[in-house]
Ligand binder design. Structure first.
Ligand code: LLP
Length: 424
C-alpha cells in the first residue's frame, strides 16, 4: 500500500499527511482517501486495456464510493460512471461525469429512473429482463425517444467469491440466462423504443481466484456476439462488468493485465467497444477509516478494544465476515508488545465486531487506529443506525488534505421528521 507509510515521529501517514493531523482537524470516525492512489490505479487499468490493444472505456461503479470528490477526480482521469439508481446518476452528473460516459445498471430500475436516464441522454441502460425491456421501450416511446441499451446476460459461471456478492450464477437474480439472450435480443431489436447496442455481464465482486471465471464468461460472450451478428443484429459494445478483487489480507487477485488478457482472448478481434465497470479495485486500497479508541475492556477471557467507529460506518465485517487490516496510528505503538484483542464498535449488536483475536498493542483511550482498504463499500454502505451521524470524509493529495464531506450533525438526523399531523 504505497500511499501508507510509517514516519518515526508522526506515525502512520497517508501520502505526506499524518493521519493524526486529519483526526485532529476533523474528528473521528473519519474516512480518508488518497488522491494519488486513485489516479495511479485508474492509470494502471487504462494502461492494461490499452496495452492489450483493446478499444475500451472504464465506467467507475459509483456504488463503491459515490463521494463527489472521488467521482470528480476519476472523471478527470477520463473515467465514466456505472450507476444503479437515480441518486447515483444525479451524483455522477453533479461530480462532472458527462452523460455520454454513464451506464445505468440494476435489476429494478423504476419508470421514473428510466425517464431521468433518457432525459439526460446517458450512454446506455443495461437491461436485465424481457419484462424490463418492454417497459423501457414503452417509457422511451412515450418520450419520443429510443433508448440505447445493452442486454445483461447471466453466463452461469461461478466467480468463486463470497455467496453474498456472486452474481453470475443462474440462481442469482441478475441478467437473463445466456441461452435466452439471442431470442430476447432479437425481440429488443424490434421494439420501437429500444436501440440495442450490445451485451453486458457482471459475474461477481471481490474475485480473487485468478481469471478463469472471467475468461469463461468472456468466451461465452464472444460466442454470443458472433451468434447475434450472424442473425443480423448490431452488437457495438460489450460491457465486461467489474469485480476485480483486491488483497485485504493475503488474497492474490489477478492483475489488470491478466484481466485484459482474458477480455482479449474472449472478445478481441470482434471489433466491439469494450466497457469495464470496476469499483473496488480502483478505490478500495485508496481509503482508510480512522477511528479512536473509546476504552479497552477486559472480560473474563477476552480483551475488547471499543472504538468510536461501528458497523454503521464499516459494515463489511458484520455483513460478509470481511477482514480489514487494523493498524495503530501512533509511531510508538509499532514497537510495543502485542496481545490478541477483539476490536468492536459501540453499537448494540454482537455483530458489531470488526475483528477477533487481532494482535494489537495496548491502546489507551483516544489513541487512533486505521482500518485499511476501506475506500470501497465503506462510506457508501454506512447508515445512521443507533442515531449515529454519518462520518466526515477527507481527501489527501500530497502534503495537502481537504474535507470532502462534513460530519453530519444531530440536527441533520432529525431533519425532515415530524410528529404526526393527522389527516383523514
Ligand atoms: N457492475 C455491476 C453491475 C455491479 O453489480 C457491481 C458491484 C460492479 C460493477 C462493481 O463491482 P466491483 O468492481 O466493485 O467488484 N458490498 C460488497 C460488494 C457488492 C458489489 C455489488 N456489485 C462488498 O462490500 O464486498
Amino acid at each position: 500500500r504505497p500511499a501508507l507509510s510509517l514516519d518515526p515521529m508522526a506515525g502512520l501517514m497517508l501520502e505526506e499527511v499524518p493521519l493524526a493531523r486529519i483526526a485532529a482537524a476533523h474528528g473521528t470516525p473519519v474516512w480518508a482517501y488518497s488522491a494519488a492512489t486513485l489516479r495511479r490505479r485508474a492509470g494502471m487499468l487504462k494502461a492494461a486495456l490499452f496495452n492489450a490493444g483493446l478499444d475500451a472505456s472504464i465506467h467507475f461503479a459509483t456504488k463503491a464510493n459515490p463521494s463527489l470528490a472521488v467521482v470528480n477526480l476519476l472523471a478527470g482521469e477520463g473515467l465514466g460512471a456505472d450507476v444503479v439508481s437515480e441518486g447515483e446518476l444525479h451524483a455522477a452528473l453533479a461530480a462532472g461525469v458527462p452523460a455520454s460516459g454513464i451506464v445505468f445498471s440494476g435489476v429494478g430500475k423504476t419508470r421514473g429512473e428510466m425517464r431521468r436516464a433518457l432525459e439526460e441522454d446517458i450512454l446506455q441502460l443495461n437491461i436485465e429482463s424481457a419484462e424490463e425491456a418492454a417497459i423501457l421501450s414503452e417509457v422511451a416511446v412515450s418520450m419520443g425517444r429510443r433508448a440505447r441499451c445493452a442486454l445483461r446476460v447471466n453466463p452461469d459461471v461461478d466467480a468463486r467469491t463470497h455467496a453474498k456478492i456472486t452474481t453470475g450464477l443462474t440462481e442469482n437474480k441478475f441478467g437473463v440466462p445466456i441461452a435466452m439472450a439471442p431470442d430476447l435480443y432479437a425481440r429488443m431489436c424490434a421494439m420501437p423504443g429500444l436501440e440495442p447496442v450490445g451485451i453486458a455481464v457482471h459475474i461477481g465482486s471481490q474475485i480473487t481466484q485468478g481469471v478463469a471465471s472471467y475468461a469463461a464468461a468472456y468466451q461465452r460472450l464472444g460466442d454470443l456476439v458472433r451468434e447475434l451478428r450472424a442473425a443480423g443484429h448490431p452488437v457495438l459494445r460489450v460491457d465486461c462488468g467489474g469485480g476485480l478483487g483486491i488483497s485485504y489480507r493475503d488474497e492474490t487477485p489477478a492483475s489488470p493485465e491478466a484481466l485484459a488478457g482474458a477480455i482479449r482472448a474472449g472478445l478481441g478481434g470482434l471489433d466491439v467497444r469494450i466497457m469495464l465497470e470496476p469499483g473496488r479495485w480502483i478505490c478500495g486500497p485508496a481509503g482508510v477509516l480512522l477511528a479512536a479508541v473509546v476504552i479497552e475492556k477486559q472480560s473474563s477471557d477476552r480483551r475488547f478494544v471499543i472504538l468510536d467507529a461501528a458497523m454503521n460506518e464499516l459494515l463489511r465485517p458484520a455483513m460478509y465476515d470481511a477482514w480489514h487490516g487494523i493498524l495503530p496510528v501512533a509511531a510508538a505503538a509499532f514497537h510495543a508488545p502485542v496481545s490478541p484483542a477483539d476490536v468492536v464498535g459501540p453499537v448494540c449488536e454482537s455483530s458489531d465486531t470488526f475483528a477477533r483475536d487481532r494482535a494489537l498493542p495496548a491502546l489507551p483511550p483516544e489513541s487512533l487506529v486505521a482500518f485499511l482498504d476501506a475506500g470501497a463499500y465503506g462510506a457508501s454502505m454506512s447508515s445512521t443506525y443507533n442515531a449515529r451521524p454519518l462520518a466526515a470524509e477527507v481527501m489527501v493529495d500530497g502534503a495537502r488534505f481537504a474535507l470532502i464531506r462534513e460530519r453530519q450533525d444531530h440536527a441533520a438526523l432529525l431533519r425532515g421528521q415530524r410528529l404526526p399531523d393527522w389527516t383523514g
